[in-house]
Design a protein. Structure first.
Length: 301
């Protein structure tokens, strides 16, 4: 058996975009049905359907019907265009079956300042001006979680869903980790990305406080080129595979199928010295632990 043979069996991708995402011109190479069918046929157990723009509950429900045997977990990203950081938005989404809450991305103050996904939105949607909105932060002027954030966390606790840090700043993610209430059920979104830009000290502390660190395939492809497989392997060693999850971040028209992205990442991490046991933790065990907090699949909502 090779270092990666069979690793997709039971794998869960916590970060997979669907189509349409931003505009018809920015599309994935295959339909969601075709790509998720490939995931199922590769032996994967589940994917989380993410959108920067809209809640994905209805789409995930339909995809589960169209691709029998594959779990499609729905989500909401708390951007202003989708309702924003409001407790009732989270409550309604969870009641409709959302299993994952992503903190703001295109609407995060940090992303707007760094020209992350908000810049892509501005290019694709002429009416969208990221700098015309204040941008969301989850902390107050003293660096503590804001009252509104705490109210949102109360609803998240009530529904026991998992959380992704979105594109808020590394210091905001650290404040979330230090609060403690999301320990072992939240993910620090691709801290190596331009949208985030976290340093080793913050990555290490977030992991030590119960966060999982996202090891994301998208960034290793030359079209993005933000990090090498060796660079991602270094992050795994920094915090330990037990605190990491591997995802595709399937998004652009040039992306391979999302299941292939995971396999590519596994292959290249293995070549960089990550063991099979570590890969299994990041592809199967840790995502399964996190999605235990997303037990309301859309078909049973």
């Amino acid at each position: 058996m090779t270092a990666v043979e069979g690793l997709l069996e039971g794998a869960i991708d916590l970060h997979r975009h669907g189509y349409p995402e931003i505009s018809p011109d920015l599309r994935t190479p295959d339909s969601d049905v075709a790509d998720i069918t490939l995931c199922r046929d590769a032996g994967m157990a589940a994917v989380v359907l993410k959108s920067h723009s809209w809640p994905t509950m209805g789409r995930a429900m339909l995809l589960e019907e169209l691709v029998p045997g594959m779990r499609v977990i729905s989500s909401i990203t708390l951007n202003p265009i989708a309702g924003g950081m409001r407790p009732e938005v989270i409550d309604l989404a969870a009641r409709q079956g959302a299993g994952v809450v992503y903190l703001p991305t295109v609407g995060a103050h940090h992303d707007i300042q760094r020209g992350g996904i908000s810049r892509i939105f501005e290019s694709a949607v002429p009416s969208f001006d990221a700098h015309a909105i204040a941008g969301t932060t989850i902390t107050d002027d003293a660096g503590r979680l804001s009252d509104l954030t705490r109210a949102c966390l109360d609803i998240i606790d009530a529904h026991d869903v998992m959380v992704y840090s979105g594109h808020v700043s590394p210091t905001e993610v650290l404040a979330l980790a230090r609060d403690g209430r999301l320990a072992d059920r939240f993910v620090f979104s691709h801290p190596d990305s331009h949208s985030i830009g976290a340093d080793d000290e913050i990555i290490r502390e977030v992991a030590a406080l119960g966060g999982f660190i996202e090891i994301c395939a998208l960034g290793i492809y030359p079209q993005i080129g933000r990090i090498t497989p060796a660079g991602l392997a270094r992050i795994v060693r920094l915090v330990g595979a037990e605190r990491c999850v591997m995802t595709s971040d399937y998004f652009f028209d040039w992306c391979p199928p999302s299941s292939v992205m995971l396999a590519d990442l596994a292959t290249q991490l293995a070549e960089a010295g990550i063991t099979r046991d570590e890969l299994e933790l990041m592809m199967r065990v840790n995502p399964a632990h996190l999605t235990a907090h997303a037990v309301r699949s859309t078909t049973s909502a």
